[in-house]
Ligand binder design. Structure first.
Ligand SMILES: C[S@@+](CC[C@H](N)C(=O)[O-])C[C@H]1O[C@@H](n2cnc3c(N)ncnc32)[C@H](O)[C@@H]1O
Length: 177
């Protein structure tokens, strides 16, 4: 899909438009305007840095925003601050994608999604698909970069073992996940 990318209307917004009123969970940043129809904003507290950030100010980034759109979510009410370690680049069996999300965080998010197929139109290394598979959910991933398609397929073919796999075990303010 080709979309004229401006700071006001991004590829993300084009996908959301076509997604219509189905529920969506979208990772984002305060640097880009929030998607239209955002019903709630979660904060992913990464506990560590996510990149260097602006070195001229005495704060370093350790969070990311997650936008909730539409209805179709369920489960126990928990804090909107989700504390999960990021996937470390330097760790043994570390990151395979520069923007790889930790599977424990995705498990936490997907557990709140009502029954149905999970779709990730920007699947990257397939973390959403791995999480969906481990919850016994059907999932569809779309990824433009063939290298990442192969990585995602390989990860999906493996069993997900939180303690010894390619992610770090997460923790939440409500207890270990
Ligand atoms: C933020 S990353 C996703 C990372 C993923 N959540 C993970 O854990 O590995 C976004 C991905 O979207 C892909 N992408 C960008 N434009 C795309 C498009 N038009 N269609 C499909 N995938 C696209 C990029 O190649 C990139 O791998």
């Amino acid at each position: 899909m080709w979309v004229k990318k401006t700071s006001l209307f991004t590829l993300r917004d084009a996908v959301i438009e076509r997604w219509r009123d189905k529920p969506a969970i979208i990772f984002g940043t305060w640097r880009v305007n929030r998607p239209l129809g955002t019903a709630a904003r979660l904060i992913w507290d990464t506990k560590g840095t996510l990149g260097m950030g602006d070195l001229s100010i005495p704060w370093k980034p350790s969070d990311q925003e997650i936008y909730i759109i539409g209805s179709g979510f369920t489960g126990r009410r928990t804090s909107n601050v989700l504390c999960f370690a990021p996937v470390q680049a330097s760790a043994k069996n570390g990151r395979v994608h520069p923007h790889q999300k930790p599977v424990p965080l995705l498990l936490d998010l997907l557990r709140k999604c009502l029954a149905g197929t999970i779709a990730d139109p920007f699947a990257g290394s397939g973390s959403t698909l791995v999480a969906a598979k481990s919850l016994g959910r059907r999932a569809i991933g779309i990824e433009i970069d063939e290298r990442y398609c192969e990585i995602a397929a390989r990860r999906c073919a493996q069993e997900y073992l939180p303690l010894f796999g390619d992610d770090h075990v997460g923790w939440t303010k409500d207890g270990a996940s």
